[in-house]
Design a protein. Structure first.
Lengths: 266, 286
């Protein structure tokens, strides 16, 4: 019975995007983007800088309303909501329960004035947790899962290294057990070894928690490691969409061919 | 009454504008209503908001009491009381029970307020979320959506750092189960007095141009955690003058050798109790 209902849940895409467009003045930052994201799936959006990756992500995650198109999300109870059709308070609740947003720069996603524990606990308090000991316990367990020393729980985020801040940001997002995480260059600005560790951690978390994720990156290696599917963007449009290995091994669009061939080999 | 000024200093149009803001504030308990704050003959931070609210509600038959830090005889209290005595020719008092309007800074009197009385608070910073969220556009949305989690983050931070909620004044409250409100810098000792109080409470912030209110018999709940419930200050000692154990005590340094005494911060409360004591001893004396 349980397996059947699980299957049924998998029958519907988690996120449905149709004809999305976002203009700045009369310039289209992204246009005519359509795709489905299935539960537990990781989709990477790659492309050169200025291709509209981040704008697309911000239009998807409720941050900037798109000018055209629809974003539909399937909630836990199976009902489908139009992300920009529901009232803002409802959208705010959605973004802090079912969704997680991990910014490229931890400064955009963390509160620097309060301790690491408070940063992780904020989402719990936002959904009504009012027991200090329990908030603290679950914050500690998430810090531990993201390999942050629990003894440093009461320290301010700016005393953490860049990689730790990024992991703290992830812990802060995962504490309410979201089903969909938006990541904007989560490994940008980190050195290679820290990047590798973070990617490893992200990969195990995604498979462990069955998270669906949309990942914006310019690094094809990151996409290959994490993503099931790959969307290549150029000039605001999605030029190619397919399974990651397929797109990388047999790119069809000239721009994708260029992108794949320009990866540096060591 | 001095010549050349309108009754209670402000012109009638200004008073009407402020009264409209007050009516709106009373209708939406805890909501900050913007108003056109005027220049007053005293500096910002000394009670320009409170004095404008008082000026717009005072009538010639009102009896005014003004306190600062609970005392009737401090500079700010004396100046504002004299200001209204001169510009509105109203009766003034130091007795809480006799006053119809009480303008206050930093305290709510110990004596229980009655229906019909109005207490006017001077507010330096009306926005409870200000130090947590610097953008006004964002704090307005947070109020609109009752999105107040960040206030609990502050209390969490207090417990994480100090082991208890260390916020001791201007302690955030939820008014009527809806709006988050800064009760002006009163000690948290006074927070429970606001809950279901029969008097009307008006808050005026002159520099920030905001008026808000708690109507009579409105619920006012201090924020807390289940396992760290809201608690008021307690002292090991009683008032050195009147012996009160249930009032807010000020620590007063009395010499250069660390000598100190604790006395009631509410000067009227203390004096009344001292008078009664004297009265009782005289009656029992042979």
């Amino acid at each position: 019975m349980n397996a059947i209902s699980k299957l049924a849940a998998h029958d519907a895409p988690l996120l449905t995007v149709r004809g999305l467009a976002k203009y700045f003045g009369n310039r289209a930052a992204c246009r005519n983007v359509s795709f489905d994201l299935w539960p537990g799936e990781v989709l990477a959006i790659v492309g050169e800088s200025g291709a509209g990756k981040t704008t697309l992500l911000r239009s998807l995650c409720g941050d900037k309303a798109p000018d055209e198109g629809k974003v539909l999300f399937t909630r836990r109870d199976g009902s489908i909501c139009d992300v920009y059709g529901i009232p803002e308070p409802e959208r705010r609740i959605l973004t802090r329960t079912d969704w997680g947003i991990i910014h490229q720069n931890p400064r955009d996603g963390l509160r620097y004035g309060v301790s690491a524990g408070a940063n992780v606990g904020e989402r719990l308090m936002a959904v009504g947790a009012r027991n200090y000991a329990e908030i603290r316990k679950s914050a500690a367990s998430w810090l531990d899962r993201l390999e942050i020393d629990v003894a440093r729980m009461d320290e301010l985020p700016f005393t953490f290294s860049g990689g730790m801040q990024q992991r703290l940001q992830i812990a802060r997002n995962l504490v309410t057990q979201p089903r969909l995480v938006f990541m904007d260059e989560p490994t940008g600005g980190l050195d290679v070894s820290v990047q590798a560790k973070l990617l490893d951690l992200l990969r195990s978390l995604v498979s462990e928690l069955g998270l669906a994720a949309i990942l914006v990156t310019h690094d094809l290696a990151v996409a290959r490691l994490l993503a099931d599917r790959l969307m290549v963007m150029r000039g605001g449009e999605a030029v190619e969409l397919g399974l990651t290995d397929q797109v990388l091994d047999d790119p069809q669009h000239p721009y994708t061919q260029l992108l794949v061939s320009s990866v540096l080999q060591i | 009454m001095i010549d050349g000024y309108n009754f209670a200093y402000l012109d009638e149009q200004t008073k009407r504008m402020i009264r409209r803001a007050i009516l709106k504030a009373v209708a939406i308990p805890g909501y900050q209503v913007p108003f056109g704050s005027r220049e007053m003959p005293l500096p910002y931070g000394w009670g320009t908001g409170g004095i404008q609210v008082t000026a717009s509600i005072i009538g010639s038959d009102d009896v005014l009491k003004v306190i600062d830090q609970g005392a009737d005889d401090t500079t700010n209290a004396v100046s504002i009381r004299r200001f209204f005595a001169r510009t509105a020719n109203v009766a003034t008092t130091t007795r809480t029970a006799e006053a119809t309007i009480i303008q206050t800074r930093h305290r709510i009197p110990e004596t229980q307020l009655n229906a019909g009385q109005i207490i006017v608070f001077q507010v330096p910073i009306p926005e409870p979320l200000r130090w947590l969220e610097p953008r006004e556009s964002e704090t307005r949305q947070m109020h609109a959506y009752a999105d107040y989690a960040v206030m609990h983050v502050k209390l969490y931070e207090d417990i994480a750092r100090y082991g208890h909620i260390a916020t001791s004044y201007d302690y955030p409250v939820i008014v009527n189960g809806r709006y988050l409100m800064r009760p002006s810098p009163i000690p948290k000792f006074d927070n429970p007095k606001m809950d279901m109080n029969p008097a009307l409470m008006l808050f005026g912030a002159g520099r920030e141009k905001r008026i808000y209110a708690v109507p009579p018999y409105t619920s006012v709940k201090s924020l807390d955690f289940e396992d760290h419930p809201f608690a008021i200050e307690k002292w090991d000692t009683s008032c050195a003058l009147c012996g009160a154990t249930d009032s807010f005590l000020d620590e007063v340094i009395i010499d250069d050798h660390g000598g100190k005494m604790f006395v009631c911060s509410d000067s009227d409360h203390c004096a009344t109790r001292c008078d009664q004591d004297e009265h009782n001893t005289q009656e029992t004396a042979p």
